[in-house]
Design a protein around this ligand. Sequence first.
Ligand SMILES: O=C(O)CCC(=O)C(=O)O
Ligand SMILES: [Fe+2]
Length: 446
Amino acid sequence: MPPKTPTAEDHLRVLRDALKQSTPWTSGLLNVRPDELVLFYKHGAGEDDARHLNFNDATEEQLARLAESCQPATFGKGTEDILDESYRKAGKLDCADFAASLDVGTLRLVEAISPDLLDGRDDVEDKSIKAELYKLNVYGPGSFFKAHKDTPRAGDMIGSLVVVLPTAHSGGALTLSHGDSSTSFDSGALLADKPSSIAYAAFFSDVTHAVEEVTSGYRVTLTYNLFLLDAPTSRLVPGRQASAAETACEAALRALMADATFLPAGGLLGFGLQHQYPVPRTPSDPASLEHVTTVLKGADARMQSAAARVGLESVIQLIYRSLEYYARGRDRGGNQVVLGEVIDLEGMWDEGGETSEAVEKAGEVLRTARYSEIGVKPKKNSQPESESAGLEDEKRTAIFWVRRLTRLNRAESAFIAMGNQADLAHSYGDAALLVRFPPSGQRGAE
Ligand SMILES: O=C(O)CCC(=O)C(=O)O
Ligand SMILES: [Fe+2]
């Protein structure tokens, strides 16, 4: 049998699978010298009240005394730091209260984690990651930290790095999860009988993570905030090699471009964002969607780079749903509408479809691409709907959602809703990555 020619559906599957190969975390083990494992720390208010120990050979007693010198660790909730030992039981030292000889710069730890955390970005030559020491934590027996996400402490903070020092402990595994994937980083097992090693894990800020209860020994960590910075000196680095996943995305996009029967009248491929970004949250929020295109991570960045390599325009836009169709009791649909900024609905009423009309007027109204345009049979409930409602087809843009829209990056606009009484209601826009296909006649061969 001759080999089957791949169809548009095959190419779209390649795209979807390549985007799943996400690396929102990375971890490893590193050999260090004993003199890199020294710690000095304050244990009282006096200027002579300092102790030191070496994690290479620290005794249980020394570690217990270190634990006693710590304050209870808090955690961030919204804009507050909260102490709640049912959520986090651990000790901490602030940077002003200790000095560790371990230097992540000399160890080239940032270089070790960067390829994974920057994977997919088109501008790695121009970017670098900076690790800034944040805390020392001691997890003694019974300590734990329940599932949470780290609060970004600045707009360019992208993640956290945890270095676990080589003290004997069991339990205390760090579990990480994001989307459909999860992993466990069991520092106690990794470091068993390796007193001259450190274990490390780095992950994006929006990865959900937890530290399981320590059942024996002490788990001592240095945590660092990771920032994404411009690297002006690195322009001489030769062009980056695209990863296998990105090359696969690029090839799939090229094949779809070359297929004149695929979105023949043009249209959009939609990709729900897999990570959280500083999108504008309200009409008056000065944050911009433009800025988000410069800080994409993982699979989101990979898709953006692949599109750029193929010469396709990709943008971050907000997807709204015009709501009057809910109100009229039609199916779950409603038109999806693309907007470049958060819509201001202040002073509007939802009665008579005023807000939906405003949304549709301000943006580009979508419709789900038909089977005849994409060669992919619609799966029930597999993608957000944009049912035909109101507008004629010619006035709407065809979209195919390769990855379904997520709610990780949501903007809201308040308006007045009439129920039993006038009440504030909200219209939501969810940011997505959109790749625009020109009509087949205008797709120049590159
Ligand atoms: O110690 C760890 O592995 C993670 C600690 C943590 O999640 C945090 O400090 O926010
Ligand atoms: Fe954390």
